[in-house]
Write a protein that binds this ligand. Structure first.
Ligand SMILES: [Zn+2]
Length: 328
């Protein structure tokens, strides 16, 4: 007999809200149940005082599904559709996604970030919680809850594409003390990320990038992007511009300078701090992306290059389609 039977008679269960993360769902229950400590809620739904509380790639989904009788879906659905695995699964092989789901179903997600290529990059691996102030007000009005949207949590997304407004960032899950807390977005606990006064140009680039990320993540769910082939798409585009000829880079300094220009307005966001700041290092980063990849490159590097070279998702999709015979 499942342990679920009789476990929740005194505990009301909620339903998923649109585009809600798993962390948000549990945080709403934590608030609804009025528990004083995070550990009480964790113990109840995960059977351990610190289970499941990673807000990006949580563990213990298997025990959660068992204890809730799968009323919120199976672990496979929760991991794929309600956590940041949604983002990463668009860029890794199906086998790697399956491995991630197995990890997240178990009691430990140790090494998972390493396997997904998140820790091997210089991009920050802690995935700050983000929210749109307009969504918060709208959600409160329409659902009675302010909650975390999955699309806002994707790396590279710093604008709400619905309201075309900058996202605010929470610092609460980033430090040690608060790591195991359940929390929902409150305006008083969220801070602007870009504090520069001339933010208009940054906002425009960030909005375009956010739209591209969302489009790619949602459209590549069933068929991940083949990162191993992307350098061919990039090279073709650079060749169309007359910047390279076959394997020869004709104007490496010009390419690096143009990409540096593109990156400039993004530097207000700490997530992009790993981007090279001079032509020589940018040239090195670019040459790695223009060759067949040797090991996991963080998807953000590709997303930035795709945004710079193709501007938007339809242009990029067209370029990919031209190479379909190669991909097959
Ligand atoms: Zn919004």
């Amino acid at each position: 007999m499942l342990e679920t039977d009789g476990l929740f008679p005194g505990y009301q269960l909620l339903s998923w809200l649109p585009d809600e993360t798993f962390f948000s769902l549990i945080s709403r229950h934590h608030q609804l149940w009025g528990h004083v400590t995070a550990a009480q809620s964790s113990q109840l739904v995960f059977g351990s005082s610190r289970g499941g509380s990673h807000h990006d790639l949580p563990n213990s989904l298997g025990i959660f599904v068992q204890r809730t009788n799968a009323v919120f879906g199976e672990a496979d659905y929760i991991a794929r559709e309600r956590t940041l695995l949604k983002f990463y699964s668009a860029f890794v092989s199906k086998a790697e996604t399956d491995n991630a789901i197995a990890c997240m179903s178990s009691a430990s997600v140790a090494h998972l970030k390493l396997r997904l290529g998140i820790l091997t990059s210089r991009f920050r691996a802690n995935h700050p919680l983000k929210a749109c102030p307009h969504c918060i007000r709208q959600d409160l009005r329409e659902t009675g809850w302010a909650y975390w949207h999955l699309k806002h949590q994707f790396p590279g997304v710093w604008m709400c594409t619905t309201h075309q407004q900058p996202l605010l960032q929470s610092c609460l899950k980033a430090n040690g003390v608060e790591r195991f807390r359940w929390l929902l977005p409150h305006l008083s606990e969220l801070n602007p990320v870009n504090t520069k006064s001339d933010s208009a140009s940054s906002d425009s680039v960030l909005l375009g990038l956010s739209e591209l990320v969302e489009h790619l993540v949602w459209s590549k769910t069933d068929q991940p992007l083949q990162l191993g082939k992307l350098h061919e798409v990039y090279r073709q585009e650079l060749q169309n511009r007359g910047w390279i000829a076959g394997a020869v880079s004709l104007r490496p300094a010009q390419i690096a300078a143009a990409f540096l220009d593109y990156c400039e307005p993004l530097r207000c966001i700490p997530e992009f701090a790993a981007l090279a700041e001079d032509k020589a290092s940018m040239g090195q980063q670019l040459s790695r992306l223009l060759r067949p990849p040797r090991s996991g490159t963080h998807p953000l590097r590709h997303l930035l290059l795709i945004h710079w070279l193709f501007g938007d998702a339809p242009n990029f999709d067209r370029a990919i389609r031209l190479l379909i015979p190669i991909q097959n």
